[in-house]
Design a protein around this ligand. Sequence first.
Ligand code: NAD
Ligand code: DAU
Length: 336
Amino acid sequence: MAIFVTGGAGFIGSQFVRDWVRKYPAQLLINFDKLTYAGNLENLAEVEGNPAYRLVRGDVCDPNAVLDALPDRCGAVVHFAAESHVDRSILSAAEFVRTNVLGTQVMLDCARQKGVGRFLHISTDEVGGDMEADEWFHEDSPLDPSSPYAASKTAAEHFVRAATRTFGLDTVITRTSNNYGPYQFPEKLLPLAISNAIEERPIPVYGDGMQVRDWIHVEDNTAALFAVLERGRKGATYHIGGGNPLPNIEVLRLLLRLLGRPESLLTRVPDRLGHDRRYAVDCTLIRGELGWKPGIPFEDGLRETVEWYRDHPDWVAHAKSGEYRGYYEKMYGVSV
Ligand code: NAD
Ligand code: DAU
């Protein structure tokens, strides 16, 4: 049966696509992506031309485009497509409401109309908001988003649960903590810091740098998503965390050590508005029910990630300059 992935040209979506096509070479995977600034086809060079893979350029907010691309009785939809960067949502929230909320509702309606087998919705630990020092975010904890991004992801989740309750659609939701790894757009902390450190440019540290994020390698995340898609309970929500809760400043010091760069590159800048101090997802449910746990120790994963960015200066340069957008034109003869 076919699988329909939205946002498969982004950071996590492209990891999922590469992993899926390697694991299930006989199944058709359709990648439906608008190719916004965050969609980079260079992330998918490995599957380009593979008969098991098809790219459709389209917007999840456009029901006609989705219905055209989504096969009848498709095995599953995996819905990654979103505006994903918190700072951009603070500058302007409108696109976040459109893509993350309206886009999710359109995807749910189309999935129902086409008799899709299962709808996996990719959400985030940010929907729980700030956690106190000894507090844990459980699957049934109250939702209390802080940023416009997190508010839009929270609203989207409500539509997913409503689709199961009202229409019986088979949905599952995952809430993952901060992913790191190759192919992440260099607006996010780690690829920005690594690429700036390589170029010996300042690394912005928001506020006191003591905000805690739980880092998970993107390959551990996609392994968890496979488990949830294949064995998760209808209507359930699963938390996925790396078990590596660290203050930003510690992560940055570690990566400077790995790169042999001085701490003087760390440059304090004003704090993000409404900045959450700590996220802490409790992952007891997915461990107990599906037997998943993360396998990549943080320091090993970070070392490999740093090496990947060091070994791929062209990818970084294209991403930072916007040149990656020419790839679409080269491959498909259409400019974005
Ligand atoms: P990303 O920004 O790297 O990629 C987003 C992808 O969605 C891009 O390919 C983009 O072109 C596509 N897209 C955007 N708007 C679209 C639209 N209207 N129609 C079709 N495609 C569209 O994002 P990411 O970091 O890979 O995150 C993927 C998902 O995982 C998001 O839903 C995000 O909220 C969630 N998430 C991310 C993290 C993280 O650490 N990055 C953690 C938890 C959850
Ligand atoms: O927690 C999951 C979320 O992780 C996902 O839902 C989001 O899509 C993803 O973008 C990410 O959000 P964060 O805001 O945690 O990630 P970001 O990389 O933007 O920032 C990580 C931390 O580093 C955060 O505390 C802000 C801080 N920061 C960020 C940047 C870009 C800095 O100190 N300096 C920076 O330049």
